[in-house]
Write a protein that binds this ligand. Structure first.
Ligand code: CP
Ligand code: NVA
Length: 314
């Protein structure tokens, strides 16, 4: 493996927009390399003697486990800390927590509710802060999504992607990475579940610069016709459980099922960030079918996180 570029050392990854199109591509290229090295069982001691903190306010399977495994595979040590166990839960400020943890740790991944909490950590920490999901964004997921799409189609430029359902955190980050890397993304979401208009507007500018395209529609069947990637996420995100019945009703026409896959391009793939609620946003025949790259997509969470650490940790 060639040496890791120095340009992103010390930088945080709080949202996809923190990194330029070239920097995002650098991370994707390194993730591809790390995937090959792992298959060869090559040991890479990129984080010797480093400890990385993992602070969680919400449950996780992929983010937590891929982080712990990834850190270990790079020769570092992972420290999983439920936020409730920190003095943060008793009123110690984010600023003081970030200042103190910067003296012990070499990087922190945070999964929380408010994007502002991740931003505040990044503003005060002297180590890289990586967003492991907020209510507003999920940038590591977007990197893994782009990696999976590029693995299948050999490029991102001009690839047509349809996101179906709730215009949520995963949709925002997918839209941003699509806009920065030249993909053509259509988000099909019902009224009341549209992505944040500020995110959408600024993605339009990114897409204009990259040669990509971002569109927002409400008709799911129309949106999937000829598309190469059909992507969906849960209709009830973490923290929205009390709204579940309304969401099930309103989002029903947006289910990723065999009929929609049949309208897509002949080589179309199905993606889902997981966890899936089978029978709600995606049917079992699509999730477990031969067009599903969902399990590769989940595995790629490991490779992209290792790439982000290798690029950012000093
Ligand atoms: N996709 C994803 O972030 O999964 P977890 O919630 O299991 O981490
Ligand atoms: N939108 C989902 C993604 C889970 C990885 C949530 O926030 O719960």
């Amino acid at each position: 493996m060639a040496g890791v570029p120095e340009t992103l050392k010390g930088r945080s990854f709080t949202r996809v927009a923190d990194w330029s199109p070239d920097e995002l591509r650098m991370a994707l290229d390194l993730a591809d390399e790390l995937k090959v090295e792992r298959a060869r069982r090559r040991e890479l001691r990129i984080l010797p003697g480093r400890t990385v903190g993992l602070i969680f306010r919400k449950p996780s399977t992929r983010t937590r486990i891929s982080s712990e495994v990834g850190i270990a595979e790079l020769g570092g040590m992972a420290l999983y800390v439920p936020a409730a166990d920190l003095q943060l839960s008793r009123g110690e400020s984010t600023r003081d927590t970030a200042l103190v943890l910067s003296r012990f740790l070499s990087a922190i991944l945070i999964r929380t509710f408010e994007q502002a909490e991740v931003d505040e950590f990044a503003a005060h920490a002297s180590i890289p802060i990586v967003n492991g999901l907020t209510d507003a964004s999920h940038p590591l997921q977007a990197l893994a999504d782009a990696m999976t799409i590029r693995e299948r189609f050999g490029t991102l430029e001009g690839i047509s992607v349809t996101y179906l359902g709730d215009g949520n955190n995963v949709c925002h980050s997918l839209m941003r990475i699509a806009a920065r890397t030249g993909m053509r993304l259509v988000a099909a979401c019902p009224e009341g579940y549209l992505p944040d208009p500020h995110v959408f507007e600024s993605c339009l500018a990114d897409a204009a610069a990259s040669g990509g395209r971002i569109d927002l529609v409400t008709d799911a069947r129309e949106a999937v016709v000829g598309s190469q990637v059909l992507y969906t996420d849960v209709w009830t995100s973490m923290g929205q459980e009390s709204d579940r019945e309304r969401r099930l009703r309103d989002l029903d026409p947006y289910r990723l099922d065999a009929e929609k896959l049949g309208l897509a391009a002949p080589d179309a793939i199905a993606l889902h960030c997981l966890p899936a609620h089978v029978g709600e946003e995606i049917t079992a025949d699509v999730l477990y079918g031969d067009r599903s790259l969902v399990w590769d997509q989940a595995e790629n969470r490991l490779h992209v996180y290792k790439a982000v650490l290798a690029l950012t940790v000093r």
